[in-house]
Ligand binder design. Sequence first.
Ligand code: SAH
Length: 211
Amino acid sequence: MGLEAARARLIDCLSQEISDKRVLSTMARVPRELFVPPDSYYSAYEDMPLSIGFGQTISQPFIVALMTQALELKGDERVLELGTGSGYQAAILAELAKWVVSVERVPQLAESARQVLEKLGYANIEIHVAEKTLGWPAGAPYDAIIVTAGAPRIPNALLEQLSFGGRLVIPVGSRWEQDLLRVTRRKKRNFIESLGGCRFVPLIGEGVWEG
Ligand code: SAH
């Protein structure tokens, strides 16, 4: 099967569980094959995670769709992503929001993501190499935060970077399996929903996992 046919089949499959049409049409447009290593080119539209080197992975398309939908982006938001990885999720966010700040721990991944995103012409994404504090406080507050690595708990440092009414989507659990949570920041008590089970590489840093 050619890439175009594989892509159409994937979007058709995602549309059975994902209702947000903006998310689906964006995923039908962003070329995932450019974000995976050359030897995975023809697997780019399989619904599975793929290795991107440095022990890291580009998330499964269904999970990308689910997490993006949960952020409820309308187009005018500032979004923070933790875990740039390949840059694919950042591209999806950039299509659906106004400005994207994405941070990555591995400098080589940050650099290659920067290159492919620049080649594709994205001008509303800034990529930073992660510092000691989680996230990117200098750009706060964000209307939405997406964490594409698993954490042992909901980090306070991230809630503090979220605006009131903003959504944080984050996998929380053990190193091996997590529950995908959506936390809506409220003045009194935050609102937490579970979106289902998932499996992410660990989020490494202060107050989360040790590298
Ligand atoms: N969103 C990516 C997938 C990322 S995999 C994509 O679309 O391809 C998770 C990434 O999180 C890895 O690249 C890992 O290096 C990074 N990571 C782990 N801990 C981090 C931290 N504290 N801050 C930023 N990135 C982190």
